[in-house]
Design a protein. Sequence first.
Length: 347
Amino acid sequence: MSKESAYWKERFVQLENDSYVNSQKYYNDLQEIFRRAKNDITMDIEKWYMRLADNNDISLYAARKLLKKNELEEFKWDVDRYIQAGEDNAVDGAWMKQLENASARHHISYLEASKIAIEQHCELLSTLYEGGVTDFLKQSYSEAYYKSVFEIQKGAGIGFEFTKIDPNKVDLLIHKPWAVDGKNFSDRIWSNKTKLINELQNQLTQNYILGREPGKAIDAISKKLDVSKKNAGRLVMTESAFFSSVAQKDCFSDLGVEQFEVVATLDSHTSDICQSMDGQHFPMSQWQVGVTAPPFHVWCRSTTVPFFDDEFDLVGTRAAKGSDGKTYEVHSNMKYKEWKEKFLKEG
């Protein structure tokens, strides 16, 4: 094994570990968004249960019987508040129209009121969720690309100027479906939102009809939200691992690398498939996520490195295109920030 290969294996495994940690940190932030949504939904349910409790015998019939005109008017104010919140958070226009129609109605049942409140919370949750994931994936791709170039040049000891990634290209890339179901991460978020709303509303209806006490209703709905939160974690970790892998692929291609090698993080948590793929190398034409390149599964920590049979020429025709064609020495003690300032140029 050449000294460059040994260096790249060590550094790219560390890059993948850093990316994995950053993804977990973002997921922790995302959990706070879900926690706030769950608290808001819980408070709404508790509020209505407190108003409509009749000797601890809550039922759909009792709820409708106790709903007074003044309570309907107060709910109208709540809807107006939801509309303003929706406008502030750029919620879908069709949903805004539905809220406006609801606020103009003179009669609305207790169950319908609670359903609308739940749907609004889920709409806001999904809007924040999608926006946060979009920004995170853009940043993840760019960092993985630049740091891959840095480590390759540093390991080889030579570098050259190249232009910054086009933000429009990154935006198109992260919204392009890559899984077999033909959905991108945004599609999955809004699909999960619809499923979550249906599950919460069905759970709410069932609890009202059966006359269950507030604690049981809230507990059942909280469990549904916790499942949704776990699904969000799987989505974030899988999508970030995928775009980190794609960033490496694009980096290798731009630098003229012809082959890549799979490197697994080997410890007690390493999956069987990652253990079997460790050390395997393939031509770039065979790069296929889940087959020859990571991620091979959810929470995957494997990565890839350039693979060369013999001596290599780091600066391929694609790498030099658009630059001054010159190469420069990259010292082993050069830091990433210093490297970016020297070699990364505006497009």
